[in-house]
Ligand binder design. Structure first.
Ligand SMILES: [Zn+2]
Length: 78
């Protein structure tokens, strides 16, 4: 899987979690809030585990540039 796909998958899970958590908070349905928060954290954890520099292993964070901010290695997103 490419880095771009990993990032997209993690972000979709995170966003689904945000939507569920907000819906749950809005309606007072705790059974929506709890899995929503779990998905949100899971999405973040997946992103931190998947979207890493191939050379130094640093999490690329919200940087989507062509180079790793830590070691300067060129990142291939595709
Ligand atoms: Zn690096």
């Amino acid at each position: 899987m490419t880095l771009r796909k990993r990032r997209r998958t993690a972000m979709m899970i995170l966003l689904a979690g945000v939507v569920l958590a907000l819906l749950g908070t809005d309606t007072g349905w705790i059974w929506l809030t709890v899995p929503g928060m779990t998905l949100l954290l899971g999405g973040l954890a997946l992103d931190a585990a998947w979207v890493r520099c191939p050379r130094c292993g640093r999490w690329l964070g919200w940087n989507t540039g062509a180079r790793c901010p830590a070691c300067g290695t060129e990142i291939s997103w595709d």
